[in-house]
Design a protein around this ligand. Structure first.
Ligand code: ZN
Length: 342
């Protein structure tokens, strides 16, 4: 199996270069549409902004869906202080302790973009005893890199309540093969699915069943795949594999999830994924995710009549500054391709 890792890593860089917290994904979806187009596959968009890419199969009657989410965690302006800094509300569930000192971009509704930094409200070690306090929405704020000292100064920049504040993902691919970035959950999986699409396109392969790749835009807030096309019988979420206490997964593996907080995944799909991983000598594990639910959970809660599975590359330090590896990407892609060709 000849995987085009250069394509996957370039796609990951392109996805990371566009800010896309849940609810602010139209720019990144334009990129996804262009990639699908360039590879020769049809792209449709749902009313809410999710993408559907179709690979026609030999048997068009049986449709398998694979979903990954391009939306990320982020922040939104909650209020502007009299001193001209921004208080914020969270989009999704970030580990706020890791947000201190991160670089951000504020996007105004008329298209202007301003740089800033997340700081603790009492940040200087030489001045404040509180500089070591636990971080929360109450003691973090955004300071803009603009000459502002009042609320009016900020309003004059065109910044208002409800504007998105986006963190710099800080993508680094090390010579040793590690991939470090925020939002590997789940842009790494989007790059993986587009890499699988590239594999089928370049090698002129037709899947045995029709495959629909679904790109979700509201996963981090819980309802990404609440609706899916009615012809999908199986839905497999490609989302980050958990690493930590009690878990087998490493940053090199593809993780197959048997159960998460939303309950067990489909028995047959999970078993078939594990068999295929074994047959193909992949570095894999089956794990239970303690605090997790996926877009398959959202689809099932939305009332979809599907069998659901979950797999993904092992990602360390999720919802903080995350790390995975090229090896995990390869293991995940190989498992997906084997499943599609099975
Ligand atoms: Zn995710």
């Amino acid at each position: 199996m000849n995987l085009n890792m250069e394509f996957v890593l370039e796609t990951l860089k392109d996805l990371m270069s566009i800010d896309s917290p849940s609810g602010y994904t139209s720019a990144v979806m334009e990129l996804v549409e262009k990639i699908a187009d360039d590879l020769g596959y049809g792209f449709e968009m749902t009313h809410k902004g999710n993408g559907i890419i179709t690979l026609p199969g030999l048997d068009p009657e049986y449709v398998v869906g694979f979903c990954a989410h391009v939306d990320t965690l982020g922040l939104m302006v909650r209020s502007i202080t009299d001193q001209g800094s921004l208080r914020f509300t969270k989009i999704g569930g970030p580990v706020l302790a890791t947000y201190d000192s991160e670089l951000v971009r504020v996007h105004t509704r008329d298209g202007r973009v301003y740089d800033g930094t997340v700081y603790c409200t009492k940040p200087a070690k030489h001045v404040f005893k509180e500089s070591e306090d636990k971080r929360s929405e109450e003691n973090l704020e955004v300071r803009l890199d603009e000459d502002v000292s009042s609320k009016q100064d900020v309003l004059d920049l065109g910044i208002q309540v409800g504007d998105y504040i986006c963190l710099d993902p800080k993508l680094v691919i090390t010579p040793s093969g590690f991939i470090k970035s925020r939002f590997l959950d789940d842009k790494l999986s989007v790059a993986i699915l587009l890499g699988v699409l590239e594999y089928f396109s370049t090698n002129r392969l037709i899947p045995s069943h029709t495959v629909k790749i679904l790109i979700s835009t509201y996963e981090e807030v819980g309802h990404g795949m609440g609706w899916i096309p009615a012809d999908i019988q199986e839905l497999i979420a490609v989302d980050m594999g958990c690493i930590g206490d009690d878990l087998t997964c490493t940053e090199k593996m593809v993780s197959i999830c048997a159960k998460d907080s939303s309950g067990p995944y489909d028995y047959d799909i999970t078993s078939r994924l594990a068999e295929l991983a074994k047959e193909n000598n992949l570095n894999y594990c089956i794990d239970i995710y303690p605090y997790y639910s996926s877009d398959v959970s959202a689809a099932l809660r939305g009332g979809q009549d599907i069998q659901g599975g979950l797999l993904g590359p092992g990602v360390f330090a999720s919802h903080a500054y995350e790390r995975s590896s090229i090896e995990a990407v390869e293991n995940t892609m190989k498992l997906l391709i084997a499943y599609i060709q099975d």
